[in-house]
Write a protein that binds this ligand. Structure first.
Ligand code: RFL
Ligand code: PHB
Length: 396
């Protein structure tokens, strides 16, 4: 079976769904191909922090209603080190901006509902996706669904299939400009039923390693601690996990992480990765398909949103004015914002994590940087403006 559409989108993550939604609002038709089921994508626990431009975008697109109602605006974060907590007043330092704690899978639910309501097809559970003729005016995507071979012909392909998807691999390795850094640590993440330990997120540095105290709702908390990336979830009983959180976070002020039943555990890898070649012919990569950040800066989903803003505008301009100017400059424009987010994520990661085998001078540099960030308004402002998110390119 062969279908036709204007834009064939691979992946129904934040990037693919946002792209389909934004294109539809400009009268451009797309079809999304997604490997997983709707239940699976709507249930996978990932990001928690939406930066200011992403929140504005979701509201402007008419998909911010539940987020505005059920999400939690945070106007500051805390950095904890040396037994003390220090507040970074995001709101005051950025002329009134803030971040929103609203889980990625809830964003996905809102976008899936909006995309389906506007008549866009999402084919869930597709297999064997491959890209063809991306360097021609009529690229196509082949895949199987329920055992049947299918083909989608389109004018453009949106490669929004995450880090492990096939889109990036469709760009010949010889012309792909890629950069990768793997960190010698991972994050052990838990979800637990407990009241919030803190009103704001706490990024804590300690000699035993990093801890992040985040939240989801007044009764569900999201906490992480730095771990060996090759460690196994089975090695960590609930008691051992709580002991580690306490050992890494307790200082002189009597503050303590609040415990509760743990109902989800997982280990995630920490990487910085950029494929600077975000376009190849009629194939355009967006989101994790093109770049990955360590989660310390809370940037991944937000960078994906920035890519899609540019890409949807470039495709719209093509259909409206028959101009390829924005399509031609997509890669070079998008990658600038990506590098900013990549650098910030690396900066937060190296400032807050201790790595085994480090020399003592690196540890002292880290402490000097932390002391500077919490004592200099200029340094705190720089952290704050990156954390709440720099404007989407071209939308300043
Ligand atoms: P996704 O979300 O990976 O979606 C890709 C989609 O493509 C599908 N797919 C395929 N479909 C068809 N055929 C194939 N062969 C396919 N291969 C893959 C997948 O099933 C999937 O549905 O990429 P996208 O859209 O680019 O979105 C990126 C974000 O998901 C990611 O950057 C964030 O989750 C990163 N992240 C955070 N970002 C933030 O902005 N703020 C945060 O607070 C934040 N916290 C986090 C995070 C990521 C985390 N993990 C789990 C890595 C916290 C964590 C723990
Ligand atoms: C989360 O709540 O999952 C979260 C928050 C902040 C981060 C990363 C993840 O930097």
């Amino acid at each position: 079976m062969t279908k036709k559409t204007q834009v064939g989108i691979i992946g129904a993550g934040p990037a693919g769904l946002l792209l389909a939604h934004m294109l539809h609002q400009q009268g451009i038709e797309s079809i999304i191909l997604e490997a997983q089921t709707r239940d699976a994508i709507e249930g996978t626990i990932k990001a928690g922090v939406l930066e200011h431009p992403t929140v504005q975008l979701l509201k402007q697109l008419g998909v911010g209603e539940r987020m505005s109602r059920d999400g939690f605006e945070h106007r500051g974060i805390e950095l904890a080190f040396g037994g003390k907590r220090h507040r970074i007043d995001l709101h005051e330092l950025t002329d009134g901006k803030s971040i929103m704690v609203y889980p990625q899978h809830e964003v996905i639910k809102d976008l899936v509902a909006a995309v389906l309501a506007n008549g866009t097809t999402i084919e869930f559970g597709v297999k064997d996706v491959s890209l063809h003729d991306v360097y021609s005016a009529q690229p196509s995507i082949r895949y199987t669904k329920d055992g049947e071979a299918r083909q989608l012909q389109c004018d453009f392909i949106g490669g929004c299939d995450g880090f492990h998807g096939p889109s990036r691999q469709a760009i010949p390795a010889a012309i792909r400009q890629e950069h990768l850094k793997t960190y010698p640590c991972g994050w052990f993440g838990i979800l637990c039923e407990a009241p919030p330990s803190s009103e704001e997120l706490i990024y804590a540095q300690s000699d035993r390693g990093f801890v992040l105290i985040s939240t989801r709702t007044p009764t569900v908390q999201r906490l992480y601690f730095q771990c060996d990336p090759n460690d196994k979830v089975e090695n960590w009983s609930d008691d051992r996990i709580w002991a580690e959180f306490h050992a890494r976070t307790e200082g002189s002020d009597g503050w303590r992480v609040k415990e509760g039943p743990i109902f989800q555990k997982g280990i995630i890898a920490m990487r910085s990765f950029v494929c600077e070649t975000m376009q190849h012919g009629r194939l355009f990569l967006a989101g994790d398909a093109a770049h990955i950040v360590p989660p310390t800066g809370a940037k991944g989903l937000n960078l994906a949103a920035g890519d899609v803003v540019l890409l949807s505008r470039a495709i719209t301009e093509f259909y409206r004015n028959n101009s390829t100017d924005r399509l031609d400059s997509y890669s070079s424009t998008a990658v600038k914002r990506v590098w900013r987010g990549e650098h910030f994520s690396w900066f937060m990661t190296t400032m807050l994590h201790d790595f085994e085998g480090e020399d003592t001078i690196t540890r002292r540099f880290r402490r000097a940087q932390l002391d500077y960030v919490v004592s200099s308004r200029a340094a705190a402002t720089s952290l704050a403006e990156n954390y709440v998110g720099l404007p989407f390119p071209g939308l300043e």
